[in-house]
Design a protein. Structure first.
Ligand code: 2PG
Ligand code: MG
Length: 425
């Protein structure tokens, strides 16, 4: 199935945090227009593909994206307009070679990924397929992913004293998508009432989770387990399990990890995680250590890798080569997958392929700065990876993805709800 491009367009819009991002559109010669909203992170890995931002301090504190918009309407349009493409890989390769840098810094990963996402939609439409089906590689079984609801926010996503960035609810024991969403929303509601009753603020962080003035991870984990039980669910693999993203690069400074007022070595922090995993129904630990602490990651994986999923985000940055290298070394056992972290849909699909071939699990992820775009819901289903994190079951830009999963489940009733266990095996 081919597409012929008439033009590309882009607009500077706001993301969910009130910062500028791009809405990109691609118009085909047959008149069809496909659009994509570009996500943006806060706790970014240093190896991520590079966004182009204006740096003009008179607008949005330098965060404007007019230059990235100009790249879509200038060089990218000039390279694509009038051309016919046989598949997305060919189009993405054109974008990559036009950019010419290893990290997409010239045209901007924000400009490139928007075009790539819109193009994926155009190919899906040309093939008369829903996006998730188009994104399913041959031989892969699509599945509805277990949603990972980030219900307590800390780190750089909230102004509270919590050092760990994300505390997530994973309804692994739910019978289907609708019940999974219901479990997340019901526990979230109970958690809010309980936090309020205990005198904590129930304001929200960037991903829609509560941002209470708690300091120790144990206080949050106790509150989560209480809320799961009070909402009528079983904490753990039969009901609602817990996933953590401490985003440890953010609290790693001067050679130590700073958690709840304590400075810990890498080995001490691994001990701390082991204690938490002993005490609480934790199934997944993302970015437990900093992105450059590969020796620590070795230790972490060796110590806890057969008990929980050890997910690399900042350390792998959705880069197929880094994931392959990590798999050779036995570092981590799962990769977080963010389309804008690598910059094209084709390379994202390649990251999934490396995960499948190396036996690594994969989890699709939103960014802290989101739009109403629901691309990642389809990507999670199509990849068959079984896991999606898209923030709390609240705030429009977060629930848009979960609502899209409900829609897909309704439209494709034969799709299974992913069966993933508490441990990775
Ligand atoms: C993360 C992400 C998304 P950000 O660390 O996993 O939750 O955060 O988008 O700010 O990088
Ligand atoms: Mg992360």
């Amino acid at each position: 199935m081919t597409i012929q491009i008439r033009t590309t367009n882009a607009l500077e819009i706001l993301d969910s945090r009130g910062r500028p991002t791009l809405s990109v559109s691609l118009t085909l010669t047959d008149g069809l227009t496909c659009t994509a909203g570009v996500p943006a992170g806060a706790s970014t890995g240093s190896g991520e593909a590079v966004e182009v931002r204006d740096g003009d301090l008179r607008r949005y504190g330098g965060r404007g994206v007019r230059s990235a918009v100009a790249n879509v309407t200038g060089p990218i349009r000039a390279a694509l307009a009038g051309r016919t493409f046989g598949d997305l890989a060919e189009l993405d390769e054109t974008l990559r070679s036009l950019d010419g840098t290893p990290d997409k810094a010239r045209l901007g990963a924000n400009a490139i990924v928007g075009v790539s996402m819109a193009a994926a939609r155009a190919f899906a439409a040309a093939a008369d397929q829903p996006l998730w089906r188009y994104l399913t590689p041959p031989g892969v079984a699509p599945a509805l992913p277990v949603p990972h609801f980030n219900v307590v926010n800390g780190g750089v996503h909230a102004p509270n004293p919590l050092d760990f960035q994300e505390f997530m609810l994973a309804p692994v024991g739910a019978p289907d998508m609708a019940e999974a969403v219901r479990a997340g929303a019901e526990v979230y509601a109970v958690l809010r009432a309980r936090l309020a009753a205990a005198g904590h603020a129930t304001g929200l962080g960037d991903e829609g989770g509560f941002a209470p003035d708690l300091t120790r991870p144990e206080e949050v984990l106790d509150a989560l387990v209480d809320a799961i039980v009070a909402a009528g669910y079983q904490p753990g693999p039969e009901g609602v399990a817990i996933a953590l993203d401490p985003a440890a690069s953010q609290f790693h400074r001067d050679g130590a990890y700073h958690v709840a007022g304590r400075a810990m070595s890498s080995a001490e922090l691994v001990d701390h995680y082991a204690e938490l995993i002993d005490r609480y129904p934790i199934r997944s630990l993302e970015d437990g250590l900093a992105e450059d602490d590969w020796d620590g990651w070795d230790r972490l994986t060796e110590r806890l890798g057969d008990r929980v999923q050890i997910v690399g985000d900042d350390i792998f940055v959705t880069d197929p080569e880094i994931i392959a290298d990590a798999a050779r070394r036995g570092v981590g056992n799962a990769a977080l997958v963010k389309v804008n972290q690598i910059g094209t849909v084709t390379e994202t699909l390649e990251a999934f392929r490396v995960c499948r071939e190396t036996g690594y699990a994969a989890m699709v992820s939103h960014r802290s700065g989101e739009t109403l775009d629901t691309f990642i819901a389809d990507l999670a289903v199509g990849s068959g990876c079984g896991q999606l994190k898209s923030g709390a079951p609240a705030r429009g830009e977060r629930v848009a993805k979960y609502n899209r999963l409900l829609e897909i489940a309704e439209q494709a009733p034969d799709l299974p709800y992913a069966r993933i266990s508490r441990s990775r095996t």
